[in-house]
Design a protein around this ligand. Structure first.
Ligand SMILES: [Zn+2]
Length: 113
């Protein structure tokens, strides 16, 4: 059976997108990788692969770290790099700053109800 060009497109596009997503993941840009690969195919892969690297990096050792990490896996220091990451961490610390206070406030609320 001979495939039509439409059928080939249906096979090729998801493959392009998956590979684009993988190149994107290596640069912290999965969405952009999929998008570019869908429209540009292998050219999109190249653009994403040689494009900007948006992965989070440790401010101390410049090693690539998981986004949201509080300890750098390369140097063991606290790799705060972006204001938003710092803010997120602050909010979590504030929540657990004083668990006893939080518990007492919770009990008061329950008693009032
Ligand atoms: Zn580091």
């Amino acid at each position: 059976m001979k495939r039509t060009s439409m059928e080939w497109l249906c096979i090729a596009l998801p493959i392009f997108a998956i590979i684009g997503g993988m190149f994107g993941a290596a640069r912290g840009r999965v969405g952009a990788g999929v998008f570019l690969a869908l429209f540009l195919g292998p050219i999109g892969w190249a653009i994403i692969y040689f494009g900007t690297d948006e992965r989070d990096r440790c401010v101390h050792c410049k090693g690539v770290i998981q986004s949201g990490a509080t300890i750098c896996k390369h140097c063991g220091r606290t790799p705060f790099i972006t204001a938003s990451a710092y803010q997120k961490q602050r909010e979590q610390w504030d929540k657990i700053k004083d668990p006893v206070d939080a518990w007492e406030a919770d009990q008061k609320k329950k008693n009032q109800e």
